[in-house]
Ligand binder design. Sequence first.
Ligand SMILES: [Zn+2]
Length: 288
Amino acid sequence: MTTTLEPQQLQQIEPYLYLFQGAGSFRVNSIVLEDHDCLYLIDTQLEDENNHALIAAIKTSFPTKPLRLAVISHYHLDHYAGLPLFRQAFGAFEVIGPPDARRCMDAATAVIWEAYERESPEHQLTPADLLYPDREINQPFALAFSGRSFSMTLIGPNEAWSTLIGLLPDTRTLYISDLYFGGIYIDPRIGGTVLGWQRAMEQIITIPAEQVIAGHTNRLYTHADLRQFSADLSAFVAECQQLFSAGISAVEFQNHVFQSDLTVYAPDFSLANIYQELGSVEPSERCF
Ligand SMILES: [Zn+2]
């Protein structure tokens, strides 16, 4: 079993399940499921170059199998940008994703487009090229392939509004996309709240998973990693709430040395957003 992911390789992880990690700084993971007579894709790549490489790898590995369905785990541009290129390459296939697609995708496209242009030297797409899902999913469903089954369910709203996560009950492998990438990045413009993320992780660790595929990491994780992340996140939130109870100012909050081991990406930006979130609005009033 492979646990280290090589960029731009379609690597078999389990029977009929392949993982493709893009090259570059985003390193998005796309999943290809092989059914008897067709293929399913879970999440595209961000950059044209990675999308073209994934399309070529699929066509080389499965020359006779059409792509029948693409599942978008959550509405961040790095996971759906490739849809128009897949349509060009494979023709008609259905696209499904979580609820509220247009609003969430339009917001994420606006925020992340600059990164697409920066990270993708070709960047031949325009926002008008992007495709919305054909169908929005708001209840659990099973995606059957080659005698196996991906049990998909919605988590959230959280870091990325709602996220479709998937468990393979036979091997207990879980796909959770961006709900785990080793730390938190809080940007309310694309759905992120620290309390939403904490709630999502508390739900996720109740799932009987062993191996974990995440949205951007270059190796597979374990359920113990998720439990540790969830505990670190809860300790971080508790510490924040203590600081708020003590009346900490925004400047003091930015300069505070946290006891928690939790990694906070872009700390100036994320901490400013966390200060806004925890300091100004009751959790029960917050929604997307
Ligand atoms: Zn992502």
